[in-house]
Write a protein that binds this ligand. Structure first.
Ligand code: ADP
Ligand code: ADP
Ligand code: MG
Length: 479
């Protein structure tokens, strides 16, 4: 493998380029009109223009990506996450073109890409599952019957869903019909598949997932857990490893379960098995993400393993260079996703120009970034601009480092989730580790950030006034 094309943009394209360079492999970036001058284009050895801004005409076009690989002589493609990373037809097309897909087989992607197929595939592998409908629910009556059987509340989910989209919580029979219909139509428009199913709604859940690596020769290891319960719109904002909820026995059990899920689909490469854990500590299989995960850096920080390097080695056919016995989880890492979103306005996208942009630095700080000062944040794509990751020997240290790094993140021109991150790090429920996936709805209130900002403004004004009183006789104000 001499040249890798990265079929992605933003921070993850930059992230993959870094490891490829470390391994002496050259890189090809692809870009749409919206990304002509982007950081990933500047970082790569070569770059190919693949079309107009809308993803369907650029980053989601299998044909254009393959043409770009052929034109530059790239012998492998890394898909990053999102876009084509979980598209079995893409993986299949690369097989016929004799280009290596840095990811699992088309078969594994297909099976795990559909939540119902995944549940079916893992039967017989001793995997705990959330009670629910084993197949797509066809009618309102059938759905209500299932819900009455497992008990309200229930969750209606899109079989082909992802990114937190297409989910509905239904609390009673009366509201079922409307929710069912809208879940179906949302699933159809978002995923071109209207199949929906029902799961028991776990009322105080934690999202805990296991990172795995499997080679093409039947070897596999798990790299412990990531706790991802701080979410908005069913999508993660803060992730950490280890989880305060797991002891070594449970960690080992979940790791073994995750590797069994991988076996069920003959998995190869880096993957993540997601679980939901109820208040009494029972865990259930949610889904498997057959790609590199957004929050993979926290695992890298606590294990010292470069996951992208192992993805590449596995795709090259190498035998996994890691054994379970060697795997160690040391210290604590926390990631905050820096989204161009306004936490004061329901986390709605806040696009614009990065008028000022300076990143925090330090030995226990890692920033996976995709942008430069002066860049416009395009409206066409996911609004995540960077990931801020901190490390500490203890959880308290990682939290303190995160608070400091947030203060040192110099950003002007757009609203971001940084202030939400500070709120979270300072909140008692987060510090105690007693939070669940409802953290945002239970505790977060924009007023709190506004109050903090007002208090800071007051302090700043006081400090300036004191300074003025002290030096008013010596300070000369230029006219
Ligand atoms: P992770 O599971 O790695 O935390 P997210 O759920 O935050 O990932 O999604 C990562 C990216 O992939 C986002 O850009 C999200 O919109 C996109 N994504 C995830 N699953 C799908 C899917 N099934 N279809 C389309 N986009 C998806
Ligand atoms: P996606 O493919 O969109 O990532 P997941 O099945 O992984 O969908 O679920 C995303 C999030 O939705 C979970 O992390 C959790 O917060 C919530 N969720 C999913 N299923 C349930 C459930 N049965 N009960 C409670 N919350 C759930
Ligand atoms: Mg998920």
């Amino acid at each position: 493998m001499k040249k890798i094309l990265i079929a992605n943009r933003g921070e993850i394209a930059c992230r993959v380029i870094k490891t490829a360079r470390k391994m002496g492999i050259s890189t090809v970036a692809v870009y749409s009109d919206a990304d002509r001058t982007s950081l990933h284009v500047k970082m790569a050895d070569e770059a190919v223009h693949i079309g107009p801004p809308p993803s369907v005409d650029s980053y989601l076009s299998i044909e254009k990506i393959i043409d770009a690989a052929k034109a530059t002589g790239a012998d492998a493609i890394h898909p990053g996450y999102g876009f084509l990373s979980e598209n079995d037809k893409f993986a299949e097309a690369l097989e016929t073109e004799d280009i290596t897909f840095i990811g699992p087989s088309a078969h594994a992607i297909r099976v795990m890409g559909n939540k119902l197929d995944a549940k079916e595939a893992v039967k017989g592998f001793d995997i705990p599952q959330v009670p629910g409908s084993p197949e797509a629910v066809q009618s309102v009556e059938e759905g209500i019957g299932i819900a009455e059987n497992i008990g309200w509340p229930v969750m209606i989910k899109a079989a082909a869903g992802g990114g937190g989209k297409g989910m509905r919580i239904v609390r009673d029979k009366e509201s079922f019909k409307d929710q069912f219909r809208s879940a179906q139509s949302e699933a159809l428009s978002a995923f071109a598949n209207d199949a929906v199913f029902i799961e028991k709604y776990i009322t105080s859940p934690r999202h805990i997932e296991i990172q795995i690596l499997c080679d093409l020769h039947g070897n596999g290891v798990h790299l412990f857990e990531r706790e991802c319960s701080i979410q908005r719109r069913h999508q993660k904002v803060v992730e950490e490893s280890p989880s305060v909820k797991l002891d070594d026995t449970l960690r080992h059990a979940m790791g073994t379960t995750a590797l069994n899920v991988a076996k069920a689909c003959n998995y190869s490469g880096a993957g993540t098995v997601e679980f939901i854990m109820d208040a009494s500590g029972h865990y259930y299989f949610l889904e498997m993400n057959t790609r590199l995960q957004v929050e993979h850096p926290v695992t890298e920080m606590v294990t010292g393993v470069d996951l992208v390097e192992h993805q590449i080695r596995i795709a090259r056919g190498e035998v996994l260079a890691l054994t379970q016995e060697e795997m160690k989880q040391t210290g604590h890492a926390i990631e905050l996703r820096v989204y161009a979103e306004d936490p004061l306005n329901n986390f709605l996208p806040s696009i614009g120009r990065l008028v000022k942009y300076g990143l925090p630095k330090g030995p226990n700080v890692r920033v996976d970034n995709g942008f430069l000062e002066g860049d416009e944040i395009p409206i066409y794509y996911d609004p995540m601009i960077a990931k801020l990751v901190t490390y500490g020997t203890t959880r308290e240290e990682a939290i303190a480092n995160m608070i400091r790094a947030i203060s040192n993140y110099d950003i002007e021109g757009i609203e971001t989730t940084l202030e939400f991150g500070r709120f979270c790090m300072q909140h008692k429920a987060f510090k105690d580790g007693t939070y669940d996936t409802h953290f945002v709805s239970h505790y977060f209130n924009p007023e709190i950030i506004l109050d903090t900002m007002a208090a800071e403004n007051k302090n700043a004004a006081k400090a300036a006034l004191m300074h003025w009183i002290k030096y008013k006789n010596t300070v000369r104000i230029p006219h």
